[in-house]
Unconditional design. Structure first.
Length: 370
């Protein structure tokens, strides 16, 4: 340690004559930068190691509110101001889970500018309103470190979507190892979101890492980027995905799985001609589970939100209610959740179709291993 003391020391008279730079700023030391503390401002972020949270310092949180309030209600903004706004939002979104999924409409606004001004259409103003709601929650809703860095996976699932519907499975991890502009990739992304909604309804996800597998490369790519270059359904689905992740406090990883390996989810997205018993029997023959499979359905609110996103309209509150602990424990044995398309389905119900000018859906079912 005497070598460290010889280097990391204040300058003496000889050092001043030789213009030696101070290895440690005394000014910063006097401010307390070198003191031991569980709460420190590091590179502009307020880090609390006791609560394991990351947040914006008060002056940056105030700046976030100021730049958003400056454009609230406006229909046009100078292009240079818009570039500055996007830059500041991107610099702060690290500590704001959900922020990464709110850039699609803001980025697309640059395509409608006349070099000097950017036009703010209703979709852009709605995105700014989401950002404002997020900024106002900064003080009461810190960012937990487990939302920023992946940990050991708690659940692993796979999903698939087709024209007729969507389906998927969830497994808890164990340590032992018709015409229109709605594309199949949009349905795959909606299936991913439905997959997460179902899991959040059955299990408490706060602080967990979720791994979701999908066989559509475009949907997996969107989930990695959390941003789209168009104002289509992708932007609305990514918004819901971002706000859902923020509300439930989990870290989500999306990975690609080849189609032939995704046979369970592939079956569930197409086998709507089977009854409940036939579906579960075939599923059990493909993947036997110690306690069997149980059907689960999406809530009407989730169905409405997904349908609204595909129709390019915002639905629901900016921040959905936090996930509740599961009503039925998942248990220590390996199990899985099986997801279903956008309408409820029971053994006695008949197949119905929800139509819109650009897309259609038929109902299906979900299951869970107990």
């Amino acid at each position: 340690l005497h070598v460290n003391d010889a280097i990391l020391r204040p300058n003496d008279a000889v050092d001043i004559l030789h213009a030696r730079s101070e290895p440690i700023s005394e000014k910063k030391l006097l401010k307390g930068d070198g003191n031991w503390s569980t709460r420190k401002t590091i590179l502009g972020w307020l880090l609390d190691t006791t609560t394991r949270t990351l947040s914006l310092p008060p002056h940056r949180a105030q700046r976030l509110l100021e730049i958003l309030l400056a454009v609230q209600g406006r229909h046009r903004v100078a292009t240079r101001h818009w570039h500055r706004l996007l830059g500041e939002l991107r610099s702060m979104c690290l500590a704001l889970p959900g922020g990464r999924g709110l850039f699609s409409h803001l980025q697309c606004a640059l395509r409608t500018n006349d070099r000097r001004r950017v036009r703010l259409n209703p979709a852009v103003r709605a995105a700014l309103a989401d950002w404002l709601s997020l900024a106002r929650s900064v003080a009461s809703r810190p960012t937990y470190l487990h939302e920023l860095f992946p940990g050991p996976a708690t659940f692993v699932g796979a999903h698939d979507a087709a024209k007729s519907g969507m389906g998927g499975v969830w497994f808890p991890c164990v340590n032992d190892n018709p015409s229109g502009d709605i594309t199949n990739s949009h349905l795959e992304l909606a299936g991913h979101l439905a997959h997460l909604h179902l899991l959040a309804d059955q299990a408490h996800l706060q602080g967990h890492t979720i791994v979701a597998l999908g066989d559509n490369q475009a949907a997996v790519h969107w989930q990695h980027r959390r941003s789209a270059s168009t104002e289509g359904p992708t932007a609305y689905l990514l918004r819901q995905l971002a706000l859902h992740q923020r509300a439930h406090g989990y870290y989500s990883l999306s990975q690609y799985i080849p189609g032939p390996a995704n046979h369970l989810a592939d079956l569930l997205s197409r086998a709507f001609h089977l009854s409940d018993v036939e579906l579960l029997t075939q599923l059990t023959s493909l993947s036997p589970q110690p306690n069997g499979w149980v059907l689960r359905t999406l809530s009407p609110t989730t169905i409405s939100q997904l349908t609204s996103a595909l129709r390019r309209t915002n639905c629901g509150t900016p921040f959905p209610p936090a996930a509740k602990p599961p009503k039925t424990p998942l248990g220590p044995t390996p199990g899985s959740l099986l997801s279903h398309p956008l309408a409820p389905w029971t053994p006695s119900s008949t197949t119905s179709v929800t139509r819109s000018p650009s897309f259609s859906y038929s109902p299906a079912a979900y299951a869970m291993v107990e």
